[in-house]
Structures are given as C-alpha cells and as structure tokens.
Design a protein around this ligand. Structure first.
Ligand code: RAM
Length: 337
C-alpha cells in the first residue's frame, strides 16, 4: 500500500461510515431480531409456530423474526445455525432443541455476548438458556397419549409400541418417561418397544413397517411426534391393518385429517402450535427489552394475547392443556393448523 493510499483510507472509511449511517433508516437499526431456531425445516408443526411468531412480531412492531434450523433433526446442524446467529448479533434466540446438552456451549457463548436465549417446545438444560417454555404440563402430555391408546383398544387392552422422533429429543424423551410413570393407571396396556423415526417421514414410515412385522401382536402405535404420527398412520393403512392397529399420539389436525377419515387413527392430541410460537416470541422480546440476565422463579413475563406467564421452578413455564381431535372436530381444526 502506498503512503498516499494509507493516508486516504481512514478518511474514506470515515466518509463511508457516515454515508452508511445516513442511509440506514433509524427504524431498521432499532429492530429487535428474534431467531426462532427449530428442530428441522419443513416440519408443519414448526411452520405453524412461525405463523404465531410472525403474528407476535406484527403486534409488537419493530421486530424481525429469523425463522431458521437445520434440514434434518441434528444437534450439530443446530449448533452451526446458532454460531451463525451469534455472528449476526441477533438480539434473542428461541430454540426447540434436538438435544438437551449438546447445544449448551454454543448457547452459553450466545448469552455471554448479550443474546437472550430461551428454549421452547423441546428444552435445553438450565445452563444453556434463561428459561424454557413447555407447551403444556409434561405429565398431562404423557397421560393423554396413554389415555387415547387405551380408548382405541377393545376394553383398553393390548400391546402398544412407541414411535418417537430422535433418541436425543428432549421433549419426546420426557413424554415417554411420563408415559412409563402413568402406565400402571392403564393395566390393560403394555408397551413392548420404542423406535425412532427422527421426525423424518420416510424413516418413521420404515420404522413402523418393521415394527408391524417384528411385533405382529401390537394393537396401538403411540407417536408423540407430529411427523411420526402421520407416517405411522400411512404405514398401517398401506399394510392393510386399519381396524387392527390404531395410531395415536400428537399430531396436527391439518396433517391427520386423512388418517381420521381412513380409520387408521381414532383420535390424537396436540396444543396450539401457533400460540406456542407466539408466546415464545413475546417472552423473548420481554427478556430483550427488560435486559434480563436471569429469570428467577416467580418472574412474570408479558405474553400479549396469551396474558402473563409466571415462571416456575427451574426457569420453566407451561401453557394450556393438550386438546383431543377426532372425527367430530377434525374438519374444523384442520383449517387452522
Ligand atoms: C414434532 C416435533 C415437535 C413436537 C411435535 C409434537 O413436530 O418433534 O418437537 O412438539 O412433533
């Protein structure tokens, strides 16, 4: 570099900087950027949550939602996404985790840099986030899965199998634990195995096919995953086992309408994913605006039309009860999510 250009550079930079500042509208600079990091892209459940996040952003004003996640449900993929968000200096990260512990170092780094981190739907260990938003009480979710499986079987009796998402998924693992705890309340039900479809349609379909072959006596498949439940119902239908094997678990009415109509599923449950994404966004915004560095038990956070959320033990909060869908209401809700 010549002496001449060395002298000019700082001047040019300064001029450039002024120019940038002058043309950037104040509103854009002030925007609160909230990243909604999902387990994987292409999952209808998370797309519905994003609709809720966009609704919250519109209501709040001056908020940008960055909807992102890996293409498959891996913790490694989420770590890459989180590191990119740290470089972009977002204001908040709200993550549904593929693993409770693997994301902690990346999320701790984010928090050290002043980014507000929460988990929602599928949690991160307490060290890696300020708080966690559960969709409902874990105990209620575990129980409703068994209740619907028992209700589908004659006299509530028969062998059941679980088709889960990934083996490290925080929320599914907690719900499976809760199912096991509640099992004595359903003496006719026996859980013979748990298999993992990784929230991928094709893998969930193949795992169900294998399950039906290996355990021909299975009468109920419980899939506490909106991706798995649809694939399991399809596999039961394609195997000609409608009326012999019933699928239940957690699913979206819009994706399960066909399975209810075909009889592969009699009923299933879910909470409102739109409300969940909306609330996760509202809470993230409140943490950013309140410059909060910890969320103590008993803290009350503003969640727009969902009211006030009180934070409980371990920085966890929960929304409403899961709702059951069957032939009587599926058409009505299929239009919503
Ligand atoms: C899938 C995901 C999500 C879970 C729902 C029920 O979409 O695994 O985390 O909450 O199912």
């Amino acid at each position: 570099m010549s002496v001449f250009s060395k002298m000019l550079l700082p001047v040019a930079m300064a001029v450039g900087l002024t120019a940038v500042c002058a043309i950037t509208p104040a509103a854009a600079q002030d925007k609160v950027r909230i990243a909604l990091v999902v387990k994987s892209l292409g999952n209808g459940f998370f797309e519905a949550a994003n609709r809720g996040a966009q609704e919250a952003a519109k209501e709040l004003g001056g908020v940008e939602i960055i909807y992102t996640g890996p293409t498959t449900t891996s913790a490694e993929g989420q770590i890459e996404v989180i590191n990119a968000l740290i470089s972009q200096k977002v204001d908040a990260i709200a993550v549904s985790a593929n693993d409770p512990d693997a994301l902690v170092p990346a999320l701790s780094k984010a928090m050290q840099r002043g980014i507000k981190v929460i988990s929602w739907d599928s949690g991160v260990s307490a060290k890696g986030r300020l708080m966690h938003l559960n969709p409902s009480s874990n105990q209620l979710i575990g129980n409703i899965n068994l209740k619907l499986a028992a209700a589908a079987l004659p006299d509530g009796k028969g062998d059941a199998a679980i088709l889960s998402a990934t083996a490290t998924s925080t929320n599914q693992n907690i719900w499976i634990e809760e199912m096991k705890k509640a099992l004595p309340n359903y003496p006719g039900l026996k859980i013979v195995t748990t298999v993992y479809g990784d929230d991928l349609s094709d893998k969930s379909y193949r795992e169900t096919q294998a399950l039906l072959k290996t355990y021909p006596q299975v009468k109920a498949i419980i899939a506490p995953t909106s991706v798995g439940i649809v694939a399991a119902a399809q596999a039961v239908k394609d195997a000609g086992k409608i009326g012999e094997v019933y699928v239940t678990g957690l699913g979206l009415p819009s994706e399960m309408a066909g399975a209810i109509k075909s009889g592969a599923s009699k009923s299933f449950a879910i909470w409102n994913p739109i409300d969940l994404g909306y609330t996760a966004t509202m809470l993230s915004y409140d943490l950013v605006k309140g410059k909060m560095t910890s969320v103590p038990e008993g803290a009350k956070l503003k969640a727009g039309r969902m009211g006030e959320i009180t934070v409980g033990k371990g920085g966890e909060a929960a929304m409403g009860d899961p709702f059951t869908y069957d032939a009587s209401n599926i058409d009505q809700f299929a239009k919503i999510f």
